[in-house]
Ligand binder design. Sequence first.
Ligand code: AR6
Length: 181
Amino acid sequence: MPLRVKIDGKTLELVSGDITEQETEAIVNAANERLIPGGGVDGAIHRKGGPSIAEEAHKIGHCPTGSAVVTGAGRLKARYVIHAVGPIYRDGKSGEAELLASAYRESLKRATELGLSSVAFPSLSTGAYGYPLEEAAPIALTTILDYLKEHEKPSLVRMVLWGEKAYQAYAETLKRLAKER
Ligand code: AR6
């Protein structure tokens, strides 16, 4: 069951599933600064989307941590891939939270600039980059909710969580945040 929160007519929803299957206009990739295909979400997107995504990413060449760049989506159902670079988690005191929030915000800005209505995110930085789920979830969700409040587009943001543990961490956090707001 997806979990949905409405905010000024816009929607944030959580689903459990695979980011590469999403039919939103854009999907966000958990990329690295060099934009070279890696594992996790990144590997799945490049495998399923085909070589055109890496070719376009190669031309862009670099994306600093906390930023996001756009390519086409090759054979995926989405039209665009927004490549976001989240921080590598060290000790939680090295600016990780601000960089993680920035990666979400910058991705949403790319979607707004393209005039997109819908975008799907994976849980950035919580795989290979080691960000603890319980710490990442409130940052991701607060940043998205704040952005939705301030912008007309995108009007749908979907967080696609891989596995029950990630879904539960985000669902519990969203329920708590929705109560506090
Ligand atoms: N759909 C949705 N979520 C997924 C999927 C999927 N198909 N596969 C994994 N996840 P990660 P990062 C979850 O490692 O931590 C790459 O090598 C996964 O369970 O993909 O930002 C890049 O090239 C985890 O919760 O991204 C970078 O070098 C979350 O997605 C580096 O990893 C993110 O895990 C980026 O690391």
